[in-house]
Design a binder for this molecule. Structure first.
Ligand code: SF4
Length: 112
């Protein structure tokens, strides 16, 4: 699938979200996704559903592992420290698709 097709598909999802009374048309920069590091298992559902390419799944930097709970560290090791990061958080339109899609309920939206 080409980038253009993916973009069109994402746009379709966004419109579907809007029609389902999800605030997809929110201006970017008002909210950002916050990922619970003790919950994220890097399954990448957020990467798939986000219409604005906010997420990547990559290796969690060592400095971001220090505050993890014991269970969080176990999960991190078990999943090769693969977690979702938000390098493009300012593009978030607060549609909520990632919050619904995350199988670990690891994502919330917070005011920027
Ligand atoms: S709420 Fe989630 S899916 Fe929607 S734009 Fe923001 S980061 Fe992307």
């Amino acid at each position: 699938m080409s980038r253009r097709e993916r973009s069109a598909r994402r746009g379709g999802r966004c419109e579907a979200a809007a029609s389902a009374a999800v605030e997809c048309k929110q201006e970017p920069g008002l909210f950002v996704p916050v990922i619970d590091r003790n919950r994220c298992e890097g399954k990448a559902d957020c990467v798939e559903v986000c219409p604005y390419e906010v997420f990547v799944v990559t290796t969690l930097p060592v400095e971001q592992r220090t505050g993890l709970s014991f269970l969080g560290r176990l999960k991190g090791r078990a999943h090769g420290w693969q977690q979702a990061l938000t390098p493009n958080a300012e593009a978030c339109h607060a549609c909520g698709l990632c919050v619904k899609a995350c199988p670990e309920s690891a994502i919330t939206l917070a005011r920027a």
